[in-house]
Design a binder for this molecule. Structure first.
Ligand SMILES: [Zn+2]
Length: 289
């Protein structure tokens, strides 16, 4: 169902405008925009990063590994889903992996910036893309699964987003989250990425539960590379604050290969049921009751 953001009326998702008050999305850059004020300047993310992302994520160990974890989570916890919404779909890298693994599903992607959607639509012509503010989702009991991958840490009102995801899911639908964790890992990289926070696992789990969810699985990941992250952050603090953000993604091919191999060991462990207590990021899979 759609939920009208003006009068809160609920109506069929096949209808564009609210039948009660007439409110509906505006068309911006060819996309339905539910939060048009933020379409070109959404805050919480530097939209110039999209072109770098689109170029770098394809072969990067971290993005590939996160995709493998996401696909594993869906296969384990909701392989028969029909509809999937990715909030903050960026350049469409995750959605294209889901589309490949699960053909013939109804896939949706949202972004606060229409700029990100342009990258996604070139990659994913068959996905329903919309501009939307995750704090005000125009759907209710609509999706089987909703993913937000490294999105929540950009938003001050994360509890509001979790509550909105809960309402937008169908009963027994699942939410998949990844976030950066451990405040003690906070660095200039987080500041440049417009992060509001790095999470403490217990705080995030408490927020997820407070939104009504039942947590199915919670684990750290990028545990094996934690020493490398700590060293890299310490080293960067010593050097200069002016170095390029992209350095974190643009690593040498041999290091990329080495990290991929190490993270594969970690992936096998997580798949076998191991939950790591520490790691650069956290994965949470939770179910709407
Ligand atoms: Zn209305």
């Amino acid at each position: 169902m759609k939920r009208c953001l003006v009068c809160d009326n609920q109506y069929s998702s096949s209808i564009t405008n609210c039948p009660t008050c007439g409110a509906g999305p505006t068309l911006i850059d060819g996309f339905y925009a539910y939060a048009p004020d933020f379409a070109h300047d959404g805050g919480g993310f530097n939209s110039n990063n999209f072109s770098d992302l689109a170029r770098l994520e394809e072969d990067n160990f971290w993005f590939r590994y996160r995709n493998q974890l996401i696909l594993w989570s869906i296969k384990k916890y909701y392989p028969v889903f029909n509809s999937f919404l990715e909030i903050g779909c960026g350049t469409g890298y995750v959605l294209s992996a889901i589309a490949k693994e699960f053909p013939n599903k109804n896939l949706y992607g949202s972004e606060i910036f229409t700029k990100g959607l342009s990258f996604s639509s070139a990659r994913l012509p068959f996905v329903n893309l919309m501009q939307m503010d995750a704090r005000r989702i125009p759907y209710i009991s609509e999706f089987d699964a909703i993913g937000a991958f490294d999105v929540l840490e950009h938003i001050e009102e994360d509890e509001q987003v979790l509550a909105q995801i809960y309402s937008a899911l169908k009963p027994r639908g699942i939410m998949l989250l990844t976030v950066p964790q451990h405040p003690w890992l906070w660095s200039a990289t987080d500041e440049r990425a417009c992060h509001v926070r790095r999470y403490v696992a217990t705080d995030l789990v408490a927020k997820v539960k407070a939104a009504g969810f039942h947590v199915l699985h919670s684990t750290s990941f990028v545990t094996i590379l934690l020493p490398a992250m700590i060293i890299s952050r310490f080293f960067k603090k010593k050097v200069a604050a002016s170095e390029d953000d992209r350095a974190e993604l643009e690593i040498s091919p041999w290091l990329n290969l080495l990290f991929s191999k190490l993270l594969h060991i970690e992936l096998v462990s997580i798949r076998s049921g191991i939950s790591f207590p520490v790691g650069g990021s956290r994965l949470i899979i939770a179910k709407r009751m």
